[in-house]
Design a binder for this molecule. Structure first.
Ligand SMILES: Cc1cc2nc3c(=O)[nH]c(=O)nc-3n(C[C@H](O)[C@H](O)[C@H](O)COP(=O)(O)OP(=O)(O)OC[C@H]3O[C@@H](n4cnc5c(N)ncnc54)[C@H](O)[C@@H]3O)c2cc1C
Length: 459
């Protein structure tokens, strides 16, 4: 695909190649190959309709908001999704349902915003993971849940102290005990990889099938009366006389209120208020063929555990229920197809380093997608400066399964002007500030990644 190809309906940021922003370009993921039935009654919008709330983006954020609006508040809601349901990050992530959402650790939040806020963020993260389980139970969604907790593995001996400090900090902050493991203890739990000098076990987390979760949310939202339209990109957004008008290729929605739930693919051209507010960052994944029991034994990785390492440019690894290994990493600043091929080759090489006993095993699936960073490295659920009655919920920093669920849940109440108990942490309500000279965002990212890679290698 050439750089000059014009998309019919581009979404996302102009920073990346159009191949990455094309909703007609489906990701070839393991999840799509195993994702169960596709949603029904989600046809493209083909006429002009009216709704109380319109939601732009049909990932976890948008669909959880729509589900709650329809079910609990009995509000007429329309979700407009540019691709097929599951085209965005919610259909192509790693399935690590963790205490996530921010790119700051709890100690940093404590230093910056105070201890009460650090506790509020921790509590919100715990609630977010519980909410995923509750929604799945309430709406009969088969999450294919695996594993108990997440292991953060020290990739260098020097990183073990940092894990111990984090455990001590959490014990002091919220009275929870995160277990510290030696390399032998980690191996005894059936998790063996090169570069594991110790590990911190964070309970609460678990693994899930991201697309099954998303499709389940979609089915539930539709069953409760939400109208969902896939392959329906919003191509213009006007506001006049108390009504928003969202135009799509086949129709339009007139709505009193609008929720923007577009995260890494936030369409910067749609409104000036959306431009330059997030930094989309690439994350890439490969999935191997199913390993034989002998191969898993030879490597010493036999548990369906979630593992991430202490690198800032982290690797994340899971053994899937059918014996495959999912191996992912952040990084890269070019989104064209040759950059994708290079990224996959790089990822396979890193996989072989970490799993020497599996060096002969090839990847069967490979894909990538965009996560979103905010300037202050916190998730945001905030009103847009204009037009009135519009809200944006995004910026989960690569760990948004649970946090997008929580922000979508709160967004449903917020958009109607209702208050939720407990409230979200105040720091999630900070204004979503524009990056300085937004056209330079990828240059900032390159510089930040070079520094992070140096710290990962030397400290
Ligand atoms: C490769 C990868 C691995 C990841 N791994 C993990 C993980 O293991 N654990 C974790 O917690 N998080 C992970 N994440 C992050 C997580 O997937 C996201 O934080 C989360 O899915 C965000 O959900 P969302 O609904 O806000 O956005 P998305 O799911 O990205 O949905 C946004 C949607 O908006 C749509 N859109 C954009 N513009 C328009 C428009 N103009 N009109 C209509 N629709 C529009 C897009 O088509 C898109 O589908 C990963 C992400 C990636 C890419």
């Amino acid at each position: 695909m050439s750089r000059s190809r014009r998309l019919e309906f581009p979404i996302g940021s102009p920073l990346y190649h159009t191949a990455l922003n094309d909703p007609a370009n489906p990701p070839a993921t393991y999840w799509h190959a195993t994702g169960g039935p596709v949603p029904v009654a989600v046809d493209p919008l083909r006429r002009e309709v009216t709704a109380e709330v319109a939601v732009i983006g049909g990932g976890y954020t948008g669909l959880v908001a729509a589900l709650r609006l329809a079910r609990q508040f009995d509000v007429e809601v329309r979700v407009l999704e540019a691709g097929p349901i599951g085209w965005g990050a919610s259909g192509r992530n790693g399935g690590f349902c963790t205490l996530g959402g921010t790119a700051r650790d709890w100690a940093e939040i404590d230093r910056r915003f105070g201890v009460a806020e650090a506790r509020a963020v921790f509590a919100a993260q715990r609630r977010s993971v519980e909410l995923v389980r509750e929604l799945a139970a309430a709406h009969r969604i088969d999450l294919r849940a695996t594993g108990a907790g997440e292991y953060v593995v020290a990739h260098k001996p020097s990183r073990v102290d940092g894990l111990a400090r984090e455990a001590a900090f959490v014990a002091e902050l919220v009275g929870e005990r995160f277990e510290l493991l030696t390399p032998d203890e980690l191996r005894a739990r059936g998790i063996a990889l090169a570069e594991a000098y110790g590990a911190l076990h964070i309970p609460h987390a678990f693994g899930l099938h991201p697309l099954r979760y998303l499709r389940g949310l979609c089915r539930a939202a539709v069953e409760h009366g939400a109208r969902v339209h896939e392959r329906t990109p919003v191509v213009s957004w006007e506001y006049a006389g108390g009504w928003h008008r969202l135009t799509t290729p086949g129709g339009a929605v007139r709505a009193r209120r609008v929720l923007v739930a577009t995260n890494g693919w936030t369409p910067e051209g749609l409104r000036p208020e959306l431009a330059g507010r997030v930094l989309p960052v690439l994350s890439s994944i490969l999935v191997t063929r199913p390993l034989t029991p002998g191969e898993r034994e030879a490597q010493g990785w036999v548990q369906p555990a979630l593992v991430a390492d202490t690198r800032e440019l982290l690797f994340y690894i899971r053994l899937l229920e059918d014996g495959r290994i999912l191996f992912g990493a952040r990084g890269g600043t070019r989104g064209d197809e040759s950059a994708f091929a290079r990224r996959m080759a790089w990822l396979e090489a890193r996989f072989r380093e970490r799993f020497p006993a599996l060096a002969h095993v090839r990847a069967e699936f490979g894909w990538w997608g965009l996560v979103a960073f905010a300037r202050d490295r916190l998730p945001h659920l905030v009103r847009l400066e204009s037009p009135p009655a519009s809200l944006v919920a995004l910026a989960y920093h690569g760990s948004g399964i649970a946090m997008a669920t929580l922000l979508g849940w709160h967004a449903a109440a917020d958009i109607l002007g209702r208050e939720d108990e407990p409230p979200l942490p105040a720091c999630f309500r900070r204004p979503l500030r524009r990056f300085p000279l937004p056209a330079l965002r990828l240059h900032y990212l390159r510089a930040a990644m070079a520094l992070a890679a140096a710290r990962d290698a030397w400290w």
